[in-house]
Every structure is written in C-alpha cells, then in structure tokens.
Design a protein around this ligand. Sequence first.
Ligand code: UDP
Length: 373
Amino acid sequence: MSKLNILMIAGTRPNFIKLAPLYHRLKKENDIDIKICHTGQHYDKNMSDVFWEYLELPEPNYALGIGGGTVPEVIGNTTVALANLMQKADPTYDLVIVFGDVNATVSGAITATQLGIPVMHVEAGLRSFDRSMPEEINRVITDHISEYLMVSEYSGLEHLQKEGIEPSKIHFVGNIMIETLINTRSKWESVALPDEVKDFISKPFAVCTFHRPENVDVPSQLEIVARRLLSLSTWMPVVFPVHPRTKARLEKSGLYQLLVENENIKLLPPLGYFEFLSLVSKSAIVITDSGGIQEETAFLGKPCVTIRKNTERPITITEGTNILMDLHNEDFLSFVQTHQDNLKKTDLNPIKFWDNKVSERILDVIKQCRVKK
Ligand code: UDP
C-alpha cells in the first residue's frame, strides 16, 4: 500500500504550537509521509525560529516567505504560492492539514479544496460571531470547505451542527495547544527568565499581551490600552511582551516611550514559548486579547481578563478562569482587582479532552482517510 501523503501548513506563532504535537505523533507512523510548509506570515526570530527550535520541529520542507501585508494581500500571495507547491507535488497530497484561524489557514484550505485535496481543520467550529475580526472570516470559510473538522471544545460542535455541516465530518478531539503545554511542562517550568524581569516578578505581577486589530490598529483605542496599562501599574508591576504589530503602532503614536518611562512597566520583545509560559505561571493575573492565552490560563487556573467584546472560546469562561472586559470600561482597575480574586482557581475540573491525547485522536481520524484512499 502506498504511503499517505500529508502536507501541514503553518504561518504564525500559534500555528507552530498547534502543529508540533501532531507532527511528532504522525512522524512515528511508517505509512505516513509528512511535509511541512511555513508560509512566512510570522518570520522574525522571536515570532518563528524560537518556536521551531523549542518544539523540536525540523526545517520546514517548504518556506514560502510571504511576509506581511494587508489581509487580502497575504491571503492572495499565500494562495498563489501554495497552488504552485501543491500542483508540483509528486505523488499528489492525500490530505492537507491547517490549524487555527490565520491567513495561512484559510489560504491552505481554499487552495487544497480547489485542487480536489481533502482538508483537515484543527481547531474547527470556534465562533466569535464578529465578522469585523479577520480570524472569524477565516474560521467560517475554512470550516465550510474542510472535510475533517477537529473540534477543541463543545461550543465548536454546536456551531458546526447549527451551520448544517454533515455530522460525519465533525470530530471532537480536544485542544491541541494544551497538548503542547503539557508535553513541554518540564521545559517551561525550569527555563531561566531574562535578568531584566527579576525585580518585576519578585512580588505579585501582571502579564499583558495585546495584538488584535480592534485594540491596536485604531490610535484612539491604542491610547486607551496604554492608559489601562498605566493604571494597572499603580496596583502591581506589569510585564508586557510586545507583539511586533503592537510595537510598531505604539512607536508611531509616541506611546511606546511613555510606557518605557514608567518604572513599574517592563516592555519586552515577544518571548519564547517556554519563557512566556513560565512568566504566566508565576503571575498573579493575565490581561490579554489573545485567543490561545485565554485557553492556557484556563488550563493553568490563572486569572485572565480578556479585553474583547466576545470570545470564540467560551469554555474558558464557563469552565475556566477567564472574563471579558470592554476596553472602554472606566472602572478598569477595580474590575481587574475584583476578578483577580474571583477567578483564581486551584481546584479546576479538567476540561474535556484538554489533555495530551489530542494528536492520538486526530491520528484515529486520519486513519479513516487511509481507508478512503
Ligand atoms: N506566546 C509566546 N510568547 C509571547 C506571547 C505569546 O510564546 O510573547 C504564545 C502563547 O503562549 C500562546 C500563543 O503564543 O501559546 C498565542 O499567540 P498569539 O496571542 O499571538 O495568537 P492568538 O492565540 O491570539 O491567535
């Protein structure tokens, strides 16, 4: 029997984290041939290379080097480059696997589907119901053209069923980002943090991350984000690893300097995955607009205030430690202070399938592709 030819596509930091456990699991199968394509959406050393190194991933078989640009530019360029790659493949791919909700996800799904290659979407069914988020559009399109939908939490099952997706395509496999967190626990628990944060983390401290367009692309919103950080810093030290997109916007508006000058705020470049998880695990509270960090804090029992109007990961609120907060809430500090105590959980019930068997469950589904071949 010929090998099952699989192409995995990843473009961003959270994609690499989701790809790693599945790659390592599939690599052990003799009858699967697996290739990785890095689209190049995130390309800096600290947004890309460090993740490949820490997660022990090999050099990607294909690096498209697409880089930044507007959403249509990135999706367009990635789709053209992926079409070239997939059309040249010999033997042809039997399955393309995409992850999460970024431009690489939707580009991979569209290209493969147009070429008649079945697509597996890992982290299917999540919905914020907010079409102003580019990620929401990517999720909906990807889910509706994929053959195999790997769902991470109950809400994903409900959404896909309500949207009329054939039940046989939907598989509840769990949260693969949590598998990576569990698999690497000994590494991130023992990693050394940069010397420059030592003073900040010697007492209770907050970790902040912001990169969503609604918070950082509009100057008036970004200014409120900066004001919130300044107000937070009157309560406890703030450690803020700054996403490149956010840094560029803060510098342009002059707010970066204002934050740098505050002695209770530590701005850092984006951290490696181990350093970041170590920091979160030691912190008193996390303030974020990230998707993945809502899940990691829910799993770790760490209070998390998400500065967004909605979340596509509602289980982090109902069964985890997350709460949403509007950026415009003038009672920001008292809100955060109240929830730091309320959200703290040491006796969390495990969330179903947020474990280290997610890649195993996905492999079971992939074996069905083998049957169909
Ligand atoms: N992360 C990291 N270093 C940082 C900030 C985040 O390694 O400085 C990790 C974090 O642990 C999580 C992932 O990056 O696993 C989340 O990525 P991001 O917030 O960029 O994307 P989103 O999840 O919002 O799509």
